[in-house]
Design a protein around this ligand. Structure first.
Ligand SMILES: [Fe+2]
Ligand SMILES: [Fe+2]
Length: 167
């Protein structure tokens, strides 16, 4: 039987437990089976985005800037949840790029009923510059940077592998 929604609470749950609960949710398990970019799936991509985003938080902390790690972690883990059932949900890639961020917010709200505004905004704006607005918080920018970095690294990996096979 399929597991029901987690109903985890952002306020009361520790960062690592929240991340683990998101990863164990049925919607996340589904995106683990969906191919993404070239060499990965949407779930592993989201985990990689979370890891890179948290490294950025650590680096900023060393420079004396405190960031909200819980917001960064949840936004990174949930930013592409709206890609679930991508083929049924969207007409084409462009439609998916335009719409999935808002749908990711919806999916995140189903998992975490007390999802806060800052985290919602970070998820909603993660496709900037394709998104209409810039995020309102530094945490939102961290998620954008980590997502672009992980996606670019994945594309490069694929291109370099192709080149290696040809030579
Ligand atoms: Fe995305
Ligand atoms: Fe992404």
């Amino acid at each position: 039987m399929e597991k029901k929604g987690m109903d985890i609470l952002m306020e009361q749950t520790a960062e690592e437990d929240l991340s683990k609960a998101i990863q164990d949710s049925p919607v996340f398990q589904k995106i683990m089976e969906q191919k993404h970019h070239y060499t990965t799936n949407v779930g592993d991509h989201s985990i990689a985005v979370e890891q890179e985003a948290l490294k950025m938080c650590d680096a900023l902390e060393k420079l004396g800037f405190h960031t909200d790690r819980k917001c960064v972690s949840v936004a990174a883990m949930c930013h592409d949840l709206g890609m679930v059932d991508r083929d049924k949900r969207y007409r084409n890639n462009f439609h998916c790029w335009q719409e999935h961020a808002e749908n990711s917010v919806e999916e995140a709200r189903k998992l975490i009923p007390d999802l806060d505004e800052k985290t919602e905004d970070a998820i909603r704006c993660h496709m900037w510059p394709l998104a209409r607005h810039l995020p309102a918080s530094p945490e939102g920018f961290i998620v954008i940077a980590a997502d672009k970095y992980v996606s670019t690294a994945d594309t490069l990996k694929q291109l370099l592998n192709r080149k290696k096979k040809r030579s």
